[in-house]
Design a protein around this ligand. Structure first.
Ligand SMILES: [Zn+2]
Length: 417
């Protein structure tokens, strides 16, 4: 099926509106949502959904938007599917006063951002731009991020809602919409009501290049190494003191480069010290441990243990212990039990005229947590690039492709049921 009738995309207009609303989240806040201003966009999304005739659209006290597009098919057994994007933008870069600029008919030259001419989006530094020749690129003006991560996803899902309602010839089951706050600070699904969503599968629209579908995330553990040294008065310490601070320094220096974030890529895992605190008597080092293969997390923890044991040979009266705790898991293990979820996603991308590419994410997503909460959830491209930076960009055409992908996906679930 080709949706010939769909030409009146509203995705760009929606996107340009959403990015001007500051929705930056704040990791130092314990409030839910972390910043109240995220609800300003939540309210707009709810009122736009309501104006499309979606009567159950709501914003809850935690900043989550829920909505349902009812089934329009005679088939009774079409699984409910959900589309999900996040409302917040990253704390790393200001999202206040975003001025989006459309650079029409991109020809490969440098894009100089007018409010800070040192900010230049260059083809050489953004290789995906080579796929955007003659497309219309949207950037910010040089002093803020753009917020395509993840307002491109919001705009795409909102336009898809509009298209589904405007085109009843596209048959689909019940479609659920979920917009979450605080994804960028790792709390995006803390208060998500899975029972209320009641879906069989979900798709986050939060990936990079057009055609990509991500079905793998890292598996992640946290670890804390505690070092017990021997303290003594520094004036009378000879032969006695075993400084936990110095032991900690040696252990960090002993970690292999081949297992570090700066020394790994693609499917390789790592151990990474993220914080330390030390006194002469005791010191702690906090690590994150990452790999696509969950079983290797144990091996990586042992690398820390071996480094510590090796260093401690020189400090006979000191000791250490390492405690690990699970953080999140590779969603592939859940998705592999329901292969049609990824298959239909890939098929939808192809039907929208792209080459479908299966990818993995060197990190976690809302989807990896949703998957383990009982809602299997791969990640589909939304076209966002150079996220969390002033050079962030997205193209109009990629956003339209993402809308088409959503529409095809809704139709495929109906067709295959
Ligand atoms: Zn995102």
């Amino acid at each position: 099926m080709v949706f010939d009738s769909i030409s009146n995309f509203t995705v760009t207009e929606r996107f340009l509106k959403y990015v001007t609303i500051d929705t930056q989240s704040d990791p130092s806040s314990s409030a839910i949502p972390s910043t109240e201003k995220q609800k300003n966009l939540g309210k707009i999304l709810v009122s736009e959904l309501a104006s499309l005739g979606i009567d159950d659209a709501s914003l809850d006290e935690y900043g989550y938007v829920y909505a349902t597009i009812p089934s329009n098919t005679q088939k009774a057994n079409v699984p409910v599917i959900c589309f999900c994007s996040h409302i917040d933008t990253a704390p790393d870069c200001s999202g206040n006063g975003v001025k989006p600029i459309i650079h029409k008919n991109y020809r490969g030259s440098d894009i100089i951002l007018p409010d800070d001419e040192t900010q230049i989006v260059r083809l050489t530094e953004h290789p995906d731009l080579k796929n955007q020749i003659v497309n219309d690129i949207i950037t910010a003006s040089g002093t803020t991020l753009l917020g395509a991560d993840n307002k491109a996803g919001l705009a795409e899902i909102m336009d898809a809602c509009y298209q589904l309602i405007a085109h009843p010839e596209i048959k689909h089951g019940a479609i659920k919409i979920l917009f979450t706050p605080d994804e960028e600070i790792g709390r995006g699904v803390d208060k998500a009501d899975i029972d209320k969503i009641g879906a069989y599968a979900a798709y986050t629209m939060d990936g990079e290049s057009a055609g990509n579908l991500e079905n793998e995330t890292f598996s992640a553990d946290g670890a804390r190494l505690t070092i017990n040294g021997v303290s003594a008065h520094p004036g009378f310490a000879k032969g006695k003191m075993e400084s936990a601070i110095k032991i900690a320094g040696q252990i960090i220096a002993a970690l292999p480069y081949e297992l570090s974030p700066e020394g790994t890529e693609e499917k390789q895992g790592f151990v990474h010290p993220v914080a330390m605190e030390g006194h002469v008597e005791t010191a702690t080092i906090d690590f994150i441990i990452r790999d696509f293969d969950e079983d290797k997390l144990v091996h990586h923890a042992n690398v820390i243990r071996q480094a510590a044991a090796g260093v401690l040979k020189g400090f006979p009266n000191s000791s250490f212990e390492l405690q690990t705790k699970p953080q999140y898991r590779n969603m592939k293990s859940v998705l592999d039990k329901h292969p049609e979820i990824v298959e239909y996603g890939m098929e939808a991308i192809r039907r929208a005229g792209m080459e479908a590419k299966l990818c993995s994410i060197r990190g976690g997503t809302d989807g990896s947590r949703l998957s383990f909460m009982g809602l299997p959830c791969p990640n589909i491209f939304s076209g966002e690039h150079a996220f969390h930076s002033k050079q962030e960009w997205v193209s109009v055409q990629d956003m339209q492709k993402a809308v088409e992908t959503i529409l095809h996906l809704c139709a495929i679930w109906e067709e295959k049921s």
